[in-house]
Design a protein around this ligand. Structure first.
Ligand code: SF4
Length: 438
């Protein structure tokens, strides 16, 4: 039995796809092992958003070779689609597969025999038109379920449309079937994942279904306790989605909404499809219906043309907004994007300084959000990992909590009282006892 190991860089989508490809290998009789367990095959799933994708890829290939020089090394993922020829030149790489080929790698690389020359299977991105159902089962607690892939938006800084192709989705019927399959395992929470999740519903180039109908249908699935929506563009986060989540049985009050800039001038230059007024409106609507909701924000700093005043506008906009945390990314140049041709390049040092300022704002926002919930009760899904006698978990509104290890809590939803914030910024809890009544 041949042994295969995986390494995944990047986003939740990549994790869900690696997990699915791993199951394809298992169905064909391969054994999935850890990276260090002398695999016969290494599959490296790469990312194009990650800085230094090339350096990281080279390093992982080098490590794989140290572990087993004879092993077959295949590279898949966004970086593989964008730069197959660059990857082929890395010593030790045996095959590169693009977006349209990665799910067929077991058949394309039949037997995984090393050849004199590396093999490349990377067609133009226009060929990536099929949707491959994927979900990750990395631990028993939660799973990332991919419902949508690709993007038609062409934001000026982004290479994802070039790496993943046009927007396309699974059908609601098929997603419900997959969710029911997941419900037969121990998994308690499903995170709904996509590249542009709110754009859900395009099949074979035509809009056939709507995201709100998917949300409503999933809410009825028995056996899954929680659904979390990973990220939705502000212009696609409609009132009906917010209103439905507010009264839903299973969708948790947690929204992640990419903003990217608080300056309307920069939003326009980025080709984003909204202005900051709409973003503020979306946040206000969520908070009006769910005052306890957690709202996460993606922001890019140092986009070409971002002056000190533009950055301050972003800072003050976020500071005044009722949000709970930020994911901050310093702008980084990507080949074949519109942004690379823009003037007003912001020095790297300035990008780093602006990143630091927003990270510290994020810490402040998170602390404030956590403090506002002390003394209240919440339900926590406890995870498997145990560190130094403690275990962690998330509340429905994404507060990270810590509790003394108790084997009975693993993968269980427990009602707790949020009591204090510890030195690491995690919330300590006391379990709310539910007494048996006769
Ligand atoms: S919406 Fe914009 S940033 Fe998001 S994947 Fe599409 S092009 Fe990229």
């Amino acid at each position: 039995m041949k042994k295969v190991a995986f390494y995944t860089l990047g986003c939740k989508l990549n994790f869900s796809e690696t997990s699915t490809i791993g199951r394809l290998f298992e169905e064909k009789g391969y054994q999935k092992v850890e990276f260090t367990e002398q695999p016969d095959i290494f599959i490296i799933n790469t990312c194009s958003v990650t800085d230094n994708a090339d350096k990281k890829c080279k390093k992982i290939v080098k490590e794989a070779q140290k572990i087993n020089k004879e092993a077959f090394v295949a590279i898949i993922g966004c970086y593989a689609q964008l730069k197959p020829q660059e990857i082929v030149a890395i010593p030790g790489v045996d095959a590169v597969l693009g977006a349209a080929e990665k799910f067929r790698l077991v058949e394309l690389l039949d037997g995984f025999q090393k050849k004199a020359e590396p093999q490349v299977f990377a067609s133009d991105i226009e060929k990536a038109t099929t949707f491959n159902t994927s979900y990750s089962i990395n631990d028993r607690t939660r799973t990332f379920l991919k419902v949508q892939d690709g993007c038609n938006y062409n934001c000026a800084f982004c290479t994802i449309p070039l790496a993943r192709g046009e927007s396309r989705s699974d059908s609601i019927e098929n997603i419900l079937k997959t969710a029911r399959e997941i419900a037969t395992t121990d998994v308690k929470e499903i995170v709904i994942t996509g590249v542009n999740t709110g754009d859900f519903g395009i099949q074979e180039g035509r809009r056939k279904e709507r995201f709100i109908d998917l949300v409503k249908a999933l809410d009825e699935i028995e056996g899954i306790e929680r659904f979390r929506i990973s990220s939705v563009e502000p212009n696609l986060l409609s009132d009906d989605i917010i209103e439905f989540v507010a009264q839903s049985k299973r969708f948790v009050p947690h929204f992640h909404i990419p903003l990217q800039s608080g300056s309307n001038k920069i939003l326009k230059a980025m080709y984003r499809r909204y202005q900051h007024e709409l973003y503020a409106e979306r946040v206000a609507k969520i908070k009006e219906l769910m005052p306890h909701a957690c709202i996460g924000v993606d922001v890019i700093v140092g986009f070409p043309g971002e002056t000190h005043e533009d950055f301050l506008e972003t800072y003050h906009f976020l500071n005044d907004l009722e949000i709970s945390y930020l994911h901050v990314f310093p702008y980084s140049e990507r080949a074949n994007t519109k942004a690379i041709e823009l003037e007003g390049v912001v020095p790297i040092k300035t990008r780093q300084e602006r990143t630091r300022q927003l990270i510290s704002l994020s810490e402040k926002k998170k602390r404030y959000f956590y403090e506002a919930h002390l003394g209240t009760q919440a339900t926590v899904l406890f995870e498997e990992d145990v560190k130094e006698g403690y275990m962690e978990g998330f509340t429905e509104n994404y507060i990270r909590v810590v509790a003394k290890y108790d084997p009975l809590l693993i993968n269980e939803l427990k009602k707790v009282q949020l009591s204090a914030i510890n030195n690491e910024g995690l919330v300590e809890v006391e379990e709310v006892q539910e007494y048996i009544t006769h």
